[in-house]
Design a binder for this molecule. Structure first.
Ligand code: ZN
Length: 368
């Protein structure tokens, strides 16, 4: 990333005056997440106990034609659900169970359909936690199980288990609250269709909690946003180096004066370096209305699963907190206003093998 953000001789980044006083804060609540009063949470489902994994082409514990309790083959056509499945069935597989994409975050519990009806569960987003290490991710219910004789309370996707650091027979905690009953994904059902009607929220979505920031490592390379500037986009970056080197570079005030609002480590730890209300120097030409998120990785890395989960959670919170349109999440090189489009390989291969905004958009559609 050494080259890409170097200001050209003709242009200097507009934002490099850290000593400026802040204007009257437009969104003071974004600076005080610790004092925000959390909404009352109505728990609709909660379970804690041992887990295992299931689903996907390699799950020989499922038969080739085994289906899922909550989904039918027609759901493969629904963009709201299709991301949970592999685009084409693996050889010899006819059921939906082994067509699940094991990298996506899904799970099964023994539901009582009187308390949590199938249609509710199809729309629900659950919080899945590893109580031992505190890691958590959002996941979708897809099936009924495991059999009570296993002594386990839930089966998770292999990707979800890995992201949370869980192995078979570790303890997991799963919660579905009324606040999270509405899926984050808006869905793309045709207006007036049956799916569109079913997609009606079961409860009003309340404010998401900001993901835990492990440490605020303040960068001097920021400035106040101009009064009236709306935060309207999120820019995704790859550090092309280690966490330590990114944190060190963003704290240097004597060279390139670069920074980002957030840096997400490979293990999912989130570091904040600039307040959202302030302008960071991460995408020359597009800093004034954007939030920059760096992801630790090399030019050839893809996102690590816990890093992807943390990034998606942070993006979800930012979208809601600042009312940013979902369509305004960009890779560095593809950001409207970026003064050197095509001038950087960032965010490299983190979000998919092809350097394109379509890759970013597909990742967002599947994960955020
Ligand atoms: Zn970048």
């Amino acid at each position: 990333m050494a080259q890409k953000r170097k200001p050209s001789k003709k242009k200097k980044p507009a934002a490099r005056r850290p000593q400026h006083k802040k204007p009257a804060a437009k969104r003071p609540q974004s600076k005080k997440p610790a004092t925000k009063i959390p909404p009352v949470e109505e728990i609709l489902f909660r379970v804690e106990g041992k887990m295992s994994t299931f689903g996907g082409p390699k799950d020989t514990g499922m038969s080739t034609d085994e289906g899922l309790a909550l989904f039918a083959p027609t759901d493969l056509q629904n963009p709201k659900y299709s991301y949970l499945f592999l685009p084409t069935p693996p050889p010899g597989i006819t059921g939906l169970g082994r067509r699940l994409n094991p990298d996506k975050y899904y799970f099964a519990c023994r539901w009582n359909y009187n308390d949590t009806p199938k249609e509710f569960l199809k729309r629900a987003l659950a919080r899945v936690e590893n109580p031992l290490n505190g890691r958590a991710a959002d996941a979708r219910p897809v099936d009924w199980g495991p059999n009570i004789a296993t002594g386990r309370v839930a089966d998770l996707s292999p990707g979800l288990a890995a992201a949370l650091g869980l192995e078979t027979d570790d303890v997991v905690r799963i919660t579905i609250s009324a606040l999270r009953a509405t899926p984050v994904k808006p869905g793309k059902a045709v207006k007036g269709s049956k799916e569109a009607k079913q997609a009606a929220p079961v409860s009003r979505p309340a404010a998401l909690a900001k993901p835990v920031v492990k440490q605020f490592v303040r960068s001097p390379n920021c400035s106040c946003r101009q009064v009236g500037t709306k935060i309207d986009k999120i820019v995704l970056h790859c550090t092309e180096g280690s966490l330590a080197s990114a944190l060190a570079e963003f704290q240097q005030n004597d060279s390139r004066k670069v920074s980002a609002h957030y840096v997400i480590d490979r293990n999912g730890d989130i570091y904040q370096m600039v307040n959202d209300a302030d302008c960071a120097n991460h995408c020359m030409g597009a800093n004034h209305g954007s939030i920059g998120i760096e992801h630790v990785g090399s030019e050839t890395d893809s996102l690590a699963p816990p890093q992807a989960a943390a990034s998606a959670a942070l993006i979800r919170w930012l979208l809601q907190e600042h009312q940013i349109p979902r369509t305004n999440i960009f890779g560095h090189d593809f950001t409207p206003g970026y003064c050197r489009p095509g001038g950087t390989s960032c965010p490299d291969k983190l979000f998919g093998p092809v350097h394109s905004q379509a890759t970013i958009a597909a990742w967002v559609a599947a994960n955020v």
